[in-house]
Ligand binder design. Sequence first.
Ligand code: SF4
Length: 436
Amino acid sequence: MSLGCPKAASDAEQILTRLRAEGYEISGSYDGADLVVVNTCGFIDAAVEESLDAIGEALAENGKVIVTGCLGAKKDAAGNDIVRAAHPKVLAVTGPHAMPEVMEAVHRHLPPLHDPFVDLVPPQGIRLTPDHYAYLKISEGCNHRCTFCIIPSLRGDLVSRPIGEVMREAEALAQAGVREILVISQDTSAYGVDVKYRTGFWGGKPVKTRLFELCSELAKLGIWVRLHYVYPYPSVDDLIPLMAERKILPYLDVPFQHASQRILKLMKRPASAEKVLDRIAAWRREVPDLTIRSTFITGFPGETEAEFNELLDFLDEAQLDRVGAFAYSPVEGATANQLPGALPEGLREERKARLLRHQEDISTQRLERRIGRRITVLVDDVDEEGAIARSAGDAPDIDGLVYVTDGHDLEIGDFAEVNVIDCDVHDLYATLAACE
Ligand code: SF4
């Protein structure tokens, strides 16, 4: 069972792939399973609770439980291992990104019955996503120390995967029929910083370990490439021409988190001094249909009403397409908890609701601009009401959908040309475009 973010899902996929490679069967239920591996999340208190509950359930239903993931690396105030304190009967506990340690624990408690049947495993590995899209993790850890976040203490500093290895995985995914790759990491634009953009090898030629080069190579696979968790470092400007030329999707997921310079400084956010509004305007001049998604935190310690209003004004000016919001949550171990001026939970939540209400009209107006246009969509599902698809502006699970009302004959994983006829706050409605 896997909880948490796409990075945790990617860890789970690696573990599943290795288990299958060694001849283990994967069970969809506790019944008949010899052992349960729980991949946990430890980001906010609600995620900790959910993970501890999942471990408790697995212990009650099965009894043999190995725990991995972010919560596995977390200690309480007294320095005790949180998982072991709550569930002393678990067989083993590892932190995130620890496939070798998980496998060692599996071998100890459930030795493999026979030799590995390596050919039982598809070359793209085993994935938790549908067949037509896949997450591609390009690095692990993070060099920043945002004060609200404990990920660096759980996952360590940035470690970029070698570009040849990343490209081999991407190529195997494309060859297996994946139509969209979602590039993920904690800090995608920092890819290669830790190895000083070292030159690696791919396709028999030298290629730098850097996001621009990676995107240029991924573009050659001829499938959709979508970037997540991009901080607005100056180098991001170099990616915009790749979007203008449609080599990668015109989509940027930039977690701005706030607009007030004082709050951003208190948060210690990367690239917070960049002139964000000017940058957005310049990006949109070059790529008018660029979709920008962002997330924000409301009620950070000390946030005044004026600073919150500054955030709302920023939303008016930035005209972002998609916005997510979180009420500040005092994650145990985060340095922001020591900042003065903690706000009551009610106010943090109320500001979040106000922010989302404020953004609703902006998001709707951005979608309305697409009515009457012809766009390409990727089909996620087909039912009696037509096809459910996504455009270049919609990442799976977090953005909207495109309902193709006459798309009954399409198949999952098809690309289709459609005419947009209507929209609501999140989704578009479209009909198939006539073939030319
Ligand atoms: S950039 Fe900040 S929020 Fe993101 S993982 Fe690094 S420290 Fe955490």
